[in-house]
Design a protein around this ligand. Structure first.
Ligand SMILES: Cc1cc2nc3c(=O)[nH]c(=O)nc-3n(C[C@H](O)[C@H](O)[C@H](O)COP(=O)(O)OP(=O)(O)OC[C@H]3O[C@@H](n4cnc5c(N)ncnc54)[C@H](O)[C@@H]3O)c2cc1C
Length: 462
């Protein structure tokens, strides 16, 4: 419970209309895109850095847990108020402050929605590559905190490759600036990189300076259809081994193809074992040559059909299917666990087979979705939480998927973070010294342990 006196201090810091503690509002902010729910005591919507700093000073003084939140689309429990306290929702700080064409730089507030930034840049011939499948909803602040990726990140890299500088409010209320709008920066420690991917545990990001690229002149999109998911995943590393880096190499297996097609009705081959959604971009005259080579590799890996998207509608249809498929699995089962492991891409065929074995062992359908070019898999475990024993089986299956990825030289998370969902697995990848460093580092930034307590590692308010 937060006392009336603290509520009044928060109202003084952010304005009366920026603070809510009505039960119906608290319910809305009690969940993210994972299953668990934790009710916060208060939700605050700041509109400026000064307000965030004032709010953090109040929270720090009263040892009030604070959970930063963008759009709440994360899939690792990152924006859940595990210990109650405050949700600090940055959605009202949503201005694009500057687009600098000469320097190819944009400065944005954290609540800017990813797709809105893309839409503002495209007419200027500019491009911000990171494109999480949730881009129509998720915020740049959330992307920075999770170091988000997306389909285009195979060729272009992930969020950390585009963040040049940050303004951050520390848990103590101090405001710091890291990096800047220069392309090279070797001054002192790289604080910018430390904050990117820190999952809202070190500071609240209030301003972001992003590197932009010129928009590619043209792109081509193709669907490669395979009878087997193993063949499709073998084609992925074979394409890269040819020295071609497509913009995207996305994989969907049979389970997901069926869900997607039954939802969007765009003519996906429901009888296929898997498809690769392949896109190349660049100078117009370079694209046919790239596609020719990719097609040859796909054929050599038993692709049974290669479908070019010939109109912009056909391109949009394919992407609609890909971007909505996670929601579409609700047609099969009411619940899903979305995994996020990465393996060296040459190991994709092995892990895909192992996931098939895990699915059989636990008698649970597991759809395989992958940013395959990056070796980043999102196995989707389908279940019904109301069915006795399902939840326990899901946890066991997910743990086995993590172990299998680590055994292949992979990692626990490619882009969704550790948050709450994987904190118990972190010691499988980090040794005791690394685990202790995480805790010690956190204490440097957050001496009272108020910021997003219980995420990445257990433990909270000290
Ligand atoms: C259908 C679907 C598809 C998805 N596809 C992808 C994908 O392709 N690639 C990918 O990487 N992810 C994907 N995600 C996951 C998710 O969209 C990303 O993690 C996204 O970056 C979260 O942004 P958000 O604004 O929703 O942040 P939230 O979920 O609100 O917060 C995420 C984390 O960031 C912290 N945070 C938020 N704002 C700030 C801030 N200003 N300062 C400090 N910390 C902050 C929060 O405390 C939390 O820990 C997908 C999710 C869904 C539901």
């Amino acid at each position: 419970m937060v006392s009336r006196a603290i509520i009044q201090e928060l109202q003084a810091a952010a304005g009366k209309g920026a603070v809510t503690f009505s039960p119906e509002d608290l319910i809305v902010y009690s969940y993210d895109a994972t299953m668990p729910e934790y009710r916060p005591d208060v939700v605050v919507f700041p509109q400026s850095t000064e307000q965030v700093a004032a709010i953090m000073r109040v929270a720090n003084e009263h040892r009030l847990p604070v959970v930063p939140r963008g759009a709440g689309t994360n899939v690792s429990g990152g924006s859940l108020a595990l210990e109650g306290g405050m949700i600090l929702c940055l959605s009202r700080m949503n201005r694009i402050l500057e687009i600098d064409r000469e320097n190819l730089v944009a400065v944005v507030e954290p609540g800017v929605v990813n797709a809105e930034l893309q839409a503002a840049l495209a007419p200027l011939g500019l491009f911000y590559p990171p494109d999480p499948a949730s881009m129509n909803v998720c915020t740049i602040g959330g992307n920075v905190a999770e170091n988000s990726g997306g389909p285009r990140c195979l060729k272009y890299g992930v969020t950390k490759d585009y963040v040049l500088g940050l303004e951050v409010v520390l848990p103590t209320g101090e405001v710091i600036h890291t990096g800047g709008s220069v392309m090279k920066n070797c001054t002192g420690y790289d604080f910018t990189r430390l904050f990117v991917g820190s999952e809202g545990t070190l500071g609240v990001v209030t301003k972001i300076t992003l590197r932009l690229l010129p928009l590619a002149e043209a792109k081509k999109t193709m669907l490669a259809v395979f009878d087997s998911v193993v063949d499709a995943s073998s084609a992925v590393s074979a394409i890269i081994a040819r020295g071609i880096i497509p913009t995207t190499l996305e994989l969907m297996d049979r389970i997901l193809l069926r869900c997607a097609e039954d939802f969007v009705h765009v003519g996906l081959p429901k009888d296929a074992g898997a498809v690769l959604l392949i896109e190349v971009d660049g100078f117009r005259e370079s694209l046919d040559g790239q596609m020719r080579q990719i097609k040859a590799v796909c054929r050599a890996n038993q692709a049974r059909e290669l479908r070019h998207a010939r109109t912009s509608k056909e391109v949009d249809d394919l992407w609609l299917a890909r971007r909505t498929v996670i929601g579409a699995v609700g047609r099969l089962e009411p619940n899903y666990g979305l995994q996020d492991v990465t393996v060296p891409r040459s190991k994709l065929p092995i892990i895909v087979e192992e996931i098939g074995d895990i699915s059989a062992k636990y008698d649970l359908p597991i759809g395989v979705l992958a940013h395959a070019g990056d070796g980043n898999l999102h196995p989707i475990v389908l279940f019904d939480a109301r069915r006795d024993g399902d939840l326990a089986k899901v946890h066991a299956a997910e743990k086995e998927i993590c172990k299998a990825a680590l055994a292949l030289g992979g990692t626990l998370s490619g882009e969704h973070g550790i948050g709450l969902s994987k904190r118990e697995y972190l010691p499988m990848e980090y040794g005791p010294i690394e685990m202790s460093l995480v805790a010690r580092l956190r204490k440097v930034f957050d001496p009272n342990g108020i910021l997003n307590p219980g995420k990445i590692v257990a433990g909270g308010i000290v």
